[in-house]
Write a protein that binds this ligand. Structure first.
Ligand code: PEP
Ligand code: MN
Length: 267
């Protein structure tokens, strides 16, 4: 069902007045994790002013260490809904299991299935049974075929609103957090009609590389970007080193504008 051969034209999703796919370049931005009302509101206002379309914020954080900040859970979802409404931004958050999926579906516009759960087939099936767009990240060491098959799990259950996200893969290279695989973006765009976006924040782990990889993603044909932005990255509870501050994000957006025009995309 996700194959180009089955459906020739691009799938274009419409979420809270914003298109994802087609000739739109959708920018999702916000903090890795929702930390407080003040933090989220500051991030949301800033990214909105710079031209972002969707607000991101994690409430269930799949952290490497069990002792790291795990997210505000439902309290964080309440804040996302509140701040999204206040700033007029659509919202996305990660779900990690059946329970968080059911709860988050009540609060946010788009549900994210993270890299670590890309092959959680039961979660994929459940995501296929709800009526909200699903942002499906590529697994840490998933092939393009496995990534598309994960999308097929969702679509085959009846939910055709899937957004694919390349977020870097595990390689021998350890000078970046992951290795951004832009060939997978160009390839996925050929193989599927679903929108494909890029996460340069988790792909690189380094804020100095995020703008360059964002431009490269647009040149490679990505339908959008998801970027971590924190009002004060130095005190972020999660992923500070890869988070942009509002000024850096504004610069990134300014750099994307001529490029978006060159590839015929509306930013
Ligand atoms: C995230 O977007 O917050 C995240 C945890 O990403 P990934 O699943 O790609 O690691
Ligand atoms: Mn993060």
């Amino acid at each position: 069902l996700v194959c180009r051969e089955v459906q020739g034209e691009d799938t274009v999703l419409r979420v809270g007045g914003v298109n994802i796919g087609g000739n739109k370049l959708t920018v999702i931005a916000g903090p890795c994790a929702v930390e407080s009302r003040e933090q989220l509101l500051a991030a949301a206002r800033a990214v909105r002013l710079s031209g972002a379309n969707v607000l991101r914020g994690g409430a269930y954080k799949p952290r490497t260490s069990p002792y790291s900040f795990q997210g505000l859970e439902e309290e964080g979802l309440c804040l996302l809904a509140e701040v999204g409404a206040e700033t007029g931004l659509a919202t996305v958050t990660e779900v990690v299991d059946e329970e968080s999926l059911a709860i988050a579906a009540r609060y946010v516009d788009i549900l994210q299935i993270g890299a670590r759960n890309m092959q959680n087939f039961r979660l994929l099936r459940l995501a296929g049974q709800i009526r909200k767009p699903i942002l499906l990240k590529r697994g840490l060491s998933a092939t393009v075929e496995e990534w598309l098959m994960a999308a097929e799990y969702i679509v085959s259950e009846g939910n055709g609103e899937v957004i694919l996200c390349e977020r870097g893969i595990r390689t021998f290279e350890d000078s970046t957090r992951n290795t951004l695989d832009l060939s997978a973006v160009a390839l996925a765009k050929q193989l599927t009609h679903l929108p494909v976006i890029v996460d340069p924040s988790h792909a690189t782990g380094k804020r100095e590389l995020v703008a360059a990889m964002s431009r490269a993603a647009v040149a490679a044909g990505a339908d959008g970007l998801i970027i971590e932005v924190h009002p004060d990255p130095a005190v972020a509870l999660c992923d500070g080193p890869q988070s942009l501050d509002p000024g850096e994000f504004d610069g990134l957006m300014a750099g994307l504008r001529p490029l978006a025009e060159a590839v015929g995309r509306e930013l």
